[in-house]
Ligand binder design. Sequence first.
Ligand code: EPZ
Length: 418
Amino acid sequence: MSKIVINGGKRLTGEVTVQGAKNSVLPILAAAVLCDGVCVIHNCPDLADVDTSIKILRNFGAKVDYSDKTMVIDSKGIENYEIPESLMREMRSSVVFLGGIVGRTKKAVISSPGGCELGPRPIDLHLSSLKKLGVDITEEHGYLYCDATKGIVGTEIHLAFPSVGATENIILTAATAQGVTVIHNAAKEPEISDLADFLNSAGARIYGSGSDTIYIHGVNKLSGTTHTIIPDRIVAATYMAAAAVTKGKITLLNVMPSHMVAMLSAFRESGCDINVTGKSLTITAPKNLCRVPTIRSLVYPAFPTDAGPIIISMLSLAKGTTVFVENIFENRFRYIDELNRLGAKIKTEGKVAVIEGVKALSGANCVCPDLRGGAALVIGGLAAGGSTEIQNISHIKRGYDDIVGVLQNLGADINIKE
Ligand code: EPZ
């Protein structure tokens, strides 16, 4: 099993172009299923989750070419509507393909997505919403059989929780429905707006994305289109934290600072100097990081849950104690025991983490429990004196495009060892 080996303490400097957003490209690949034509998608990051999505698209019957961060998808030949269990298990977020394939073929057979490393990942909001749109769904032997051959009819849907995935599945199912669908209490994340922009460029009529009420006027047909994926705000924060803990100074190219307001506020409160010019951002680490007022992860535009592990790892080296409250996922602190092996002093109680800053971390062997927890361990390893080995790095490859290469270019002594 390959592992990441870091010889920490190297100051990071230089420039990095931030990859396209994983959580934008996945629903947009699902949206390409709806388009009866060729879609060209630029700034597609090279990720394990993108590889899995390509397998799902090809399994539907689409022709897919991917090279040099550009994906070309010809969906004209789509006839199949099943997602094999192996692929559903490979990527929990493959449930977002449900809306795309039901919208296109009016049928779908998917295995119930298992939980994930973050805890139970129910899809009740997805299913109840699609049923309201006219999709018959029966569950048998761990499979979901969906049938919308009676037609998908627009309706009003109120989400009990502004679920990102459920909002995306409703948009995908309603884009070619008869009539108008209104989503109340919709998710407002930037990735939702990127999905709506993609679909509208293909002929959809979606209004209000980015707000908590989204209107989808169903259209008969969607054509092929061209689109560029927005930058990944969580990956941007990851490299910012890497610079912060190594007393470095780096410039991020191709970021959307307006997508990062809550995160930038936390970085600045920790003493980092951040200079934004258009789509680039320069972060300069302070001599010493300091604690920040309590951070609570909430839905957008509040501090994002995915950046929790990133900021907690950084603040493990701050002067003073920070409290972090995780309000989105039940099991998001599994990496903290591993971070404490590097000498961090973090205690957790339920959804609360108390981060008592230490002067220094020291290298150790650790195991990556999930995607963003893995990023937190990389950040810790970059700061730690001595050598840090991180196993189970397949989690990290799900969401980071060549993180080792990027960090090497910034001056880190980091390698992948088989
Ligand atoms: C998306 O997951 C992201 N994944 C997650 O990023 C991100 O953490 C999350 O949104 C929140 O921003 C992708 O976009 C592929 P949710 P999603 O539906 O859609 C509960 C990463 O690291 N819920 O907004 O699954 C759920 O259990 C990943 O990149 C229901 O109860 O998130 C959770 O507690 C991790 N019933 C909360 O809502 C449902 O039907 C947030 O889930 C759906 C969700």
